[in-house]
Write a protein that binds this ligand. Structure first.
Ligand SMILES: Nc1ncnc2c1ncn2[C@@H]1O[C@H](COP(=O)(O)OP(=O)(O)O)[C@@H](O)[C@H]1O
Ligand SMILES: [Mg+2]
Length: 268
């Protein structure tokens, strides 16, 4: 069943001196429980897509719907996780996690029990009384994930959440996130620069091009790869051909990247 749909969505950022066409005529849909990745050159509008879904900005044209209802009219909870964990250094780990429910006046025994369950899921039960600065980057991202899950979002948005982490930590987090999204049956969209990460975590991959941002190709990840943990996906015989195919398109796009039109440049 279709969960999220973009129909001919365009987005322009207006500045005092001109405008930037960030997205042009984007159409795609994401099914309930699906894991989709978006890859593409820097500036092609990946973060803009996530900001639209998170209702941080509103599209200039087109329609975005959740289960057929315009996004702005729904109260669907959206979780957003970025490269920076935005944990408050003066609050303990548990208080960082419980801050959302507290603000919403939903701090019940059940909520607290849920926080402890999520902490167990990410193997950080022992950190409740610690402070963010006492934790490693990977641990902090796991706490940020717990905090995101606390709002019980139906869809989770990840904007390059692993890009600042060392390679081993990144692989461990890919496994963990993929597992939790399956366990809790969440729909997820991941923005990443890493083709391997996209293949190993996703059901489908959207490749974008810049100036203006469009989706140029969609790749289906073979069923067999979808069923195994991200870490092991990279070792399967089906992995490399898909990697090469995406690389071929990605590389071509990046090298032949169009510059903004002269009109747009002058407008800036
Ligand atoms: N707040 C903003 N104001 C003006 N232009 C912006 C703003 N945010 C992004 N842009 C521009 O929109 C385009 C798409 O940006 P973005 O969605 O951040 O790309 P990506 O995440 O793929 O790197 C870029 O040209 C960027 O400079
Ligand atoms: Mg971005």
């Amino acid at each position: 069943m279709t969960f999220l749909q973009f129909q001919d969505v365009s987005h322009h950022y207006f500045t005092p001196t001109g405008y930037t066409k960030a997205l042009e005529n984007i159409s795609f849909s994401v099914h309930e429980g699906e894991f989709v990745s978006i890859i593409g050159p820097s500036g092609c509008g990946k973060s803009t897509i996530l900001s639209l879904i998170a209702r941080l900005i509103r599209q200039t044209e087109g329609e975005i719907t959740i289960r057929g209802i315009p996004l702005q009219e729904t109260d669907t909870e959206v979780g957003y996780m970025l490269q920076n964990d935005y944990l408050f250094p003066w609050k303990s780990i548990l208080n960082n996690i419980l801050l959302g429910p507290k603000i919403k006046k939903q701090l019940t025994e059940e909520t607290i029990a849920r926080a402890h369950q999520f902490l167990k899921d990410v193997q950080l039960s022992h950190t409740t009384d610690q402070y963010p600065q006492e934790l490693s980057g990977g641990m902090r991202q796991r706490i940020a994930l717990v905090r995101t899950l606390m709002t019980d979002p139906e869809i989770l948005l990840f904007d390059e959440p692993f890009s600042a982490l060392d390679y081993v930590t990144k692989l461990q987090l890919e496994n963990l996130v993929a597992k939790l999204m399956k366990t809790y049956q969440k729909t997820a969209i991941l923005v990443t620069h890493d083709i391997g990460e996209a293949i190993s975590m996703s059901d489908r991959i959207f490749l974008m091009d810049a100036s203006p941002g469009t989706i140029v190709k969609t790749f289906e990840v073979p069923e067999k790869l979808r069923e195994i943990e991200p870490f092991y996906v990279r070792r399967q015989p089906e992995y490399q051909p898909l990697f090469d195919e995406i690389w071929h398109h990605f590389d071509g796009r990046d090298a032949g990247r169009k510059e903004p039109s002269d009109v747009e440049k002058n407008d800036r």
